[in-house]
Design a protein around this ligand. Structure first.
Ligand SMILES: [Zn+2]
Ligand SMILES: [Zn+2]
Length: 176
């Protein structure tokens, strides 16, 4: 599986967004500030209220796609997400390597974000299968992930959750 392309990296942006902690009222700005490399230079990351609402909606839809348990569900949710996107792809080599961007370079931050996330997630799902998306098995986590392992064996969102669960299982065995 080749995850070295922009399209595949964009799925990581989608996963990050779905897992963003939305408790803080300033979470959208914090998320954008942590992912500035995804926006064309000069894009304003200060959003009006309704734009922040669309970012939350996008985050929920990505999560819904990852949680879906059948192909029809995945398709419906993916299409809901794609309906928010405004793709206008163009080729660029701004980082030294020729690749595609999905949104207009002069689009606002939300349009760039939504389009990149929707296209990145869709590409991975149609190319590699919707089973590649999952929810973390660690107790009390609930984060979603994209499984890029060769044998599709991933069960946790992070190494932290994987080792936390290993320790918990070990303790449970010892108690038993
Ligand atoms: Zn790029
Ligand atoms: Zn986790």
């Amino acid at each position: 599986m080749d995850y070295d392309t922009y399209g595949s990296n964009a799925v990581e942006l989608a996963i990050d967004l779905a897992n963003a902690d939305r408790d803080d009222p300033g979470w959208v700005r914090a998320f954008l500030d942590a992912h500035t490399e995804w926006f064309t230079e000069g894009t304003s990351l200060t959003l009006p209220e309704q734009d922040a609402g669309q970012v939350a909606q996008t985050a929920t839809l990505v999560r819904d796609v990852a949680l879906a348990e059948s192909e029809p569900d995945v398709m419906a949710r993916l299409n809901a997400l794609l309906a928010l996107a405004s793709p206008r792809p163009y080729a660029t080599d701004h980082d030294g390597e020729l690749h595609l961007h999905y949104a207009r370079p002069d689009a606002g931050a939300v349009e760039q974000l939504t389009t990149t996330v929707a296209m990145g997630l869709s590409q991975v799902v149609v190319q590699h299968g919707w089973q590649r998306l999952g929810v973390c098995s660690a107790e009390g986590c609930g984060n979603v992930y994209v499984d890029t392992s060769r044998n599709a064996s991933r069960r946790y969102c992070s190494n932290t959750c994987a080792s936390r669960s290993t320790v918990a299982a070990y303790r449970a065995r010892k108690r038993a």
